[in-house]
Design a protein around this ligand. Structure first.
Ligand code: BG6
Length: 487
């Protein structure tokens, strides 16, 4: 169904996220008939562009990367685009007047402010929009991650935004929640009967959540030096996945019921600080190496407009953490999280490893594994043991029982942002993070970072194109476990 008639105002509308993710997602939704014909997309930047300049930029930067789109759909999409130059530091400036005029007469239309900009601009933007009289009861605001750098910063942003918008109007986006496999995890768990009875510490040995990237961070030093892998990926994406694996069945598939259950998981995470942080977390930074047959520089030598500093030397591009959810269902089950740049492959997956049978009557064997692949090639694989054909000795062998979304459903798997933008436009916040969730996640992350900072050690080096520092393997190896590496 087409989303409501809306004005979508994107602050940071000519930036990287907008060009790479938001505009392509909006185009595909438009082409598939999911945008109201009257919906406008208004990009805000300091760039001084006219509507025509902006459309030209979108034509050259966005169009080449799109899935098929005929000329008519493209023209209709371009027709929705506007550009207004505003400076968030200058609320009285002309641009705000231009924006007010453009939005005038549309007060009864849903008005979405999408803040695709650094978090320190969230509060000032909301205040400036409010001062210009642009915030209506039908307004919503979308906040991109990261929401601050720590709990205190996140609380401050939440206060500032909350002074202008009510919580039900605030959509904190985590694009991992829009990925098809992630939504499928809820269906797999709660629409099927066979998993839930064994989804606990009696049957599950451990869970691994990996988001491995082969890309590095060229041109991102300004952001990345002050973020690092734990803040950039674990605080949000990986913890959200952990919540969906670990949460109790909600009573309804609705916004509060799902989020209530997720927040309980975050609150049950065993705190990691001091000695435990040294024991249960690993940090790494890549040095020069080879990825996909190509020589790549180390983190400190990535091309960038600013030279590396002490912060660059201390920032982690890889991290692994052994987490634990302290509740009845999960006590004692490790949740291993890892993410890194310049690893040998681009792969995000959740691996649930079951315990071995209590008593084996066959030689060999091994545990069952359920693998939920987020990317690439989304799908779900259950590794079961089967008998090798033949008249000799009965030998169990792990074989995959596979569901590939592409082969089964034969439709294009939409990008996460398509789904999430449609949810924003229709006002459904189920897949967005509530204030208490974001803050609970920071509450668990902060002591880890505090320990790292107090220790002052530099992250362990790993060669680009390898699977991270040796310590990441020891994290599992010391209890006889190993990361799931095969395809
Ligand atoms: C972003 C991080 O949130 O997620 C990036 O800031 C990371 O560093 C990206 O590359 C990964 O997203 P995806 O969808 O490609 O896994």
């Amino acid at each position: 169904p087409a989303a409501h008639h809306a004005d979508l105002v994107v602050f940071g509308g000519t930036g990287d996220l907008s060009m790479r993710k938001l505009l392509p997602a909006l185009f595909h939704s438009d082409r598939d008939g999911r945008l109201d014909p009257r919906t406008r997309i208004i990009a805000l930047s300091r760039g001084g562009l006219t509507d025509a300049d902006f459309r030209g930029k979108v034509e050259s930067a966005v169009r080449p990367g799109l899935h098929t789109g005929d000329a008519a759909s493209w023209d209709r999409f371009l027709g929705r685009l506007r550009h207004v130059s505003v400076d968030v530091g200058a609320p009285g400036q002309d641009g705000w007047g231009d924006l007010t005029r453009l939005l005038g007469g549309y007060e009864d239309v849903d008005r979405i402010f999408y803040l695709a900009s650094p978090p320190m601009t969230f509060g000032p933007f909301c205040r400036a929009a409010h001062a210009a009289g642009l915030v209506t009861p039908r307004s919503r605001v979308v906040l991109e991650k990261p929401l601050g750098r720590d709990l205190e910063g996140a609380q401050r942003i939440n206060e500032e935004v909350g002074a202008i918008f009510a919580e039900h109007q605030i959509f904190r986006i985590d694009h991992y929640l829009g990925k098809e496999t992630v939504q499928n995890l809820l269906v797999l768990r709660f629409a099927n009967a066979f998993l839930e009875p064994i989804w606990n510490s009696l049957w599950i040995d451990h869970v691994q959540i990996t988001a491995a990237e082969s890309v590095g961070t060229p041109g991102r030093r300004g952001y990345y030096d002050h973020a690092g892998a734990l803040r950039d990926m674990v605080q949000n994406h990986l913890l959200q996945l952990l919540c969906l694996v670990a949460m109790e069945p909600p009573a309804r598939n609705d916004r509060e019921a799902v989020r209530d259950e997720k927040v309980k998981v975050l609150q049950a995470l065993r705190p990691i600080a001091g000695t435990e942080a040294r024991r249960f977390t690993v940090r790494g930074q890549y040095t020069a190496g080879q990825v996909d047959g190509e020589a790549v520089p180390g983190y400190l030598d990535e091309p960038d407009k600013t030279p590396p500093t002490d912060a660059s030397r201390h920032v982690e591009t890889f991290t692994a953490v052994r987490a634990e959810v302290k509740n009845w269902r999960w006590a004692g089950v490790p949740f291993y999280l890892r993410t890194g740049k310049r690893l040998p492959f681009h792969r995000s997956e959740i691996v649930v490893q079951f315990k071995e049978v209590p008593h084996s009557i066959f030689p060999g064997g091994g545990p069952n594994r359920l693998v939920l692949r987020l990317q690439p090639s989304e799908g779900i694989t259950l590794h079961i043991l089967a008998k090798e054909p033949g008249a000799g000795e009965v030998t169990p062998r792990a074989v995959p029982l596979s569901l590939s979304f592409a082969d089964t459903f034969r439709t294009r798997v939409p990008e996460a942002y398509e789904r999430l933008l449609m949810d924003v436009l229709s006002g459904n916040p189920t897949l967005f993070m509530r204030r208490d969730e974001v803050e609970a996640a920071w509450r668990w992350i902060d002591p880890i970072i505090a320990t790292w900072e107090a220790d002052g050690a530099v992250p362990g080096p790993y060669t680009a194109g390898t699977t991270g520092p040796a310590a990441a393997h020891e994290l599992l190896g010391r209890s006889g476990r190993a990361w799931h590496e095969e395809d």
